[in-house]
Design a protein around this ligand. Structure first.
Ligand SMILES: Nc1ncnc2c1ncn2[C@@H]1O[C@H](COP(=O)(O)OP(=O)(O)OP(=O)(O)O)[C@@H](O)[C@H]1O
Ligand SMILES: [Mg+2]
Length: 341
């Protein structure tokens, strides 16, 4: 019985099965003919899932590629979770099951409590639970195993707890001593598609009126760079978002095989982008400065806006992209320990 948590993002799905965070791009594709599947699942994380039988009757007999594998096999038709109107619910189970890889090829897996986060648990929490709870018989092939090595599992998700996005990061920060416990704190989550600012009370509850969402995330910065006339001129067209992302993430600022230096373009756009992503958040927090003790920066985009932390009192979370899922995994672990006691 391992603790399990999932944070389904617009850009990346973060899972933690047994305290080990894993990331995969939030791409998905249904598979009609298995012969269309490319053996290469990609280094970015991917899985093949066949739903054999179980409580999700609508999924029986369906096959899925998840993560980078979906994009590699179906470059023209794969879907981003964010593109589906209720993608985080429609694909919740497929992504949740994609990380249940144990050491035995045939196994019963019981998940006593799946912890997940949603932007609006009140509206979508019950739908999410309905999508994941119950018994599921699956076959799974994972990026870390050869594509033809299928694992056969009976997975039972007994319970599901839905938190607000960011709540896990708040709990993780207190548990690891990054921010003090027992006081309210603000969190800025700079993700792929959005930058969300919100405050949590001393007991870890969201203060709804504190929440502001800017529809500006790292994706928009990548797009600004991709369409910059200087880059377009150097490479003869719009830049590839994935190559730009790689160049920023590895801090080489070297674009693709042609090694075009994009550092200057990145720095100029980052300034404008960071202001639009963070403006609402900083305004909100400045109006609440007497109520909050500290402000924590999380999300993959934290790596890019961290420069602002040095100038202000904002605390950069270690491992900001997985902080939320790790906090939820901690709660799942506690729940298992309590039930066993
Ligand atoms: N080391 C890094 N340097 C720069 N950018 C990074 C780094 N690590 C991750 N990112 C960027 O962070 C973004 C993903 O962040 P995150 O996983 O928090 O977003 P998400 O949860 O998928 O999106 P959202 O919260 O909007 O739903 C990606 O665009 C990725 O390029
Ligand atoms: Mg996110």
């Amino acid at each position: 019985m391992l603790p399990y948590a999932i944070d389904l993002g617009n850009g990346y799905t973060k899972t933690s099965y047994g305290n080990k965070p894993r990331l995969m791009p939030s791409y998905v594709s249904q598979v009609v003919n298995e012969s269309d599947i490319c053996d290469d699942f990609g280094p970015g994380g991917g899985a093949f899932l066949l739903y054999l039988s179980g409580d999700r009757h609508d999924l029986i007999g369906t096959k899925w590629l998840l993560g980078e594998a979906a994009k590699i096999s179906f470059p023209a038709t794969y879907q981003r979770v964010v593109e589906a109107s209720a993608g985080k619910i429609e694909y919740a189970l497929q992504f949740a099951l994609s990380d249940v890889l144990c050491c035995h090829k045939y196994q019963n897996v019981t998940i006593p409590a799946l912890y997940a986060s949603l932007p609006d648990p009140l509206t979508d929490g019950e739908k999410f639970k309905k999508a994941v709870l119950g018994r599921h018989e699956i076959q799974l092939a994972h990026v870390n195993s050869p594509p033809d090595a299928r694992f056969h599992y009976f997975v039972t998700i007994e319970n599901c707890k839905i938190l607000h996005e960011g709540q896990g990061a708040f709990i993780n920060a207190i548990a690891t001593g990054i921010i003090p416990g027992g006081v309210a704190a603000g969190i800025i989550d700079c993700g792929s598609g959005t930058t969300i600012a919100q405050c949590f009370s001393a007991n870890g509850h969201l203060i709804p009126s504190s929440r502001t969402v800017s529809p500006v995330g790292v994706h928009h910065l990548l797009k600004m760079i991709a369409t910059d006339p200087r880059l377009k001129e150097r490479i003869g067209g719009e830049g590839n978002l994935h190559l730009i992302q790689q160049a920023i993430e590895d801090s080489s600022f070297s674009y693709g095989a042609s090694n075009v230096d994009i550092e200057q373009i990145f720095r100029e756009h980052r300034k404008v982008w960071a202001q639009s992503a963070l403006r609402k958040a900083l305004e909100k927090f400045s109006s609440m400065k007497d109520e909050i003790d500290s402000i924590l920066l999380v999300g993959g985009g934290a790596h890019i806006v961290k420069a602002i932390c040095q100038k202000s009192s904002i605390i950069l979370s270690p491992n900001p992209q997985t902080a939320n899922v790790m906090g939820m995994a901690r709660l799942a672990e506690l729940k298992i320990a309590r039930s066993a006691a």
